[in-house]
Design a protein around this ligand. Structure first.
Ligand code: NAD
Length: 350
């Protein structure tokens, strides 16, 4: 008998991923699912997964102590609140909901019904992110002054509801929520002072199909966060600039590359000659004036997300995903939309 029992509302692509992950855990089992689409219910049955008759039947099941909400974004709030009202603890998929006011309602419900509410910010376990975080903590690059985080695809917005505003579609809410959460995790006690953002509508006019956000932190670090879905050539996943060197991770699963000055004399720089002129400023470094290093990415185990949720329920640990962090990301996403709409820098309170 496993200690905790979870049921899923919404059984689409992501819920299937959760199902496979939970199978690896010792103390969590899945009691069943509910989805509004018969085709998805049929699919669950074909995998011998119990299908409830309705959401109400799922919430009435006394053996269930945890509900995963894995529906389109616009219905996370109502389902999570219903679940907490029925006495269940809740994991909501990201983005937790569509705006700060809605999130506050969810937080209020969590307090009112005394239930645990958390959000599946799984990309905190991304190995490339953890590698860059470690690099920043080590100070290998001297003083970091600029950090760039990007994900680029070339197929526009996938699926159906992700292309529609009423379901909480668009790339700020879909991918931005991950990258912005990571961005704010780099500097926990440091205030974000300002943001300037532009959105793209290359393949979709109803919601953003990409964005670039320029973040200014109180510690002077300037960060670019970008999501693109019409990029047939991708820029590096991470690019970090410090006073002593530069680091880059080209793509998921790839090594961290670091190039640092080694203090050798660089007096006799050979200029680069182009058809129309010459430059010493932009000339590449001589090989004997730099160290080049490659490191494999840090290792992580995404099962730790669920292990932490169970430890919170048992009173053994604090939640790794704090609702105030989720709220901060939500305010940042709102500021990104405001900045793009007004074409202005948005300043955060002191
Ligand atoms: P999907 O379209 O594949 O699945 C959503 C399912 O929810 C569908 O089967 C749909 O029929 C069902 N549904 C819709 N409204 C419902 C309702 N009121 N009650 C019950 N079922 C309902 O979408 P997806 O890709 O699985 O995304 C689901 C959620 O997971 C979204 O919030 C998305 O942002 C999130 N997601 C997170 C990650 C991640 O890495 N954390 C990755 C992908 C998706």
């Amino acid at each position: 008998m496993k200690k905790h029992t979870l049921a899923m509302v919404g059984f689409g692509g992501m819920a299937g991923w959760h199902y496979d992950l939970i199978e690896k855990l010792d103390n969590l089992s899945v009691a069943g699912i509910w989805d509004i689409k018969e085709q998805r219910r049929e699919y669950a049955r074909s995998r011998q997964i119990h299908v409830y008759e309705s959401q109400e039947a799922l919430l009435a099941d006394e053996q269930v102590d945890l509900v995963l909400v894995a529906t389109p974004n616009d219905v996370h709030k109502s389902i999570a609140i219903e679940a907490m009202k029925a006495g269940k603890n809740v994991i909501s998929e990201k983005p937790v909901t569509l705006c700060s006011a809605d999130l506050q309602e969810m937080i209020n419900a969590s307090k009112q019904y005394g239930r645990f509410l958390t959000v599946h910010q799984n990309r905190r376990w991304d190995e490339d992110f953890l590698t860059v975080k470690r690099l920043m903590e080590e100070g290998t690059l001297g003083e970091v002054f600029r950090l760039e985080s990007r994900v680029h695809g070339s197929r526009g917005i996938p699926g159906d509801w992700r292309q529609e505003a009423e379901h909480g579609g668009g790339m700020v809410l879909d991918w931005g929520v991950h990258l912005l959460d990571q961005a704010l995790m780099f500097f926990p006690g440091v205030k974000l002072k300002r943001v300037y953002a532009t959105l793209t509508n290359v393949t979709n006019q109803l919601v953003d199909d990409g964005f670039t956000a320029d973040l200014g932190f109180a510690n002077g670090i300037h960060m670019i966060v970008e999501v693109g879905t019409s990029n047939f050539i991708s820029l590096p996943r991470w690019y970090v600039l410090g006073t002593d060197g530069t680091a880059m991770i080209e793509d998921w699963g790839e090594n961290l590359k670091i190039v640092r000055a080694c203090g050798a004399d660089e007096e006799d720089v050979v200029p680069v000659r182009t058809a129309a002129g010459l430059t010493k400023t932009m000339a590449p470094r001589r090989e004997d004036s730099i160290f080049t290093e490659e490191r494999p990415e840090e290792k992580s185990d995404i099962c730790d997300f669920y292990r932490n949720v169970m430890a919170v329920l048992e009173g053994r640990e604090e939640s790794l995903i704090k609702l105030e962090e989720v709220a901060r990301v939500m305010r940042l996403m709102e500021a990104i939309f405001e900045s793009a709409q007004k074409q202005q820098v948005i300043y955060f309170e002191k």
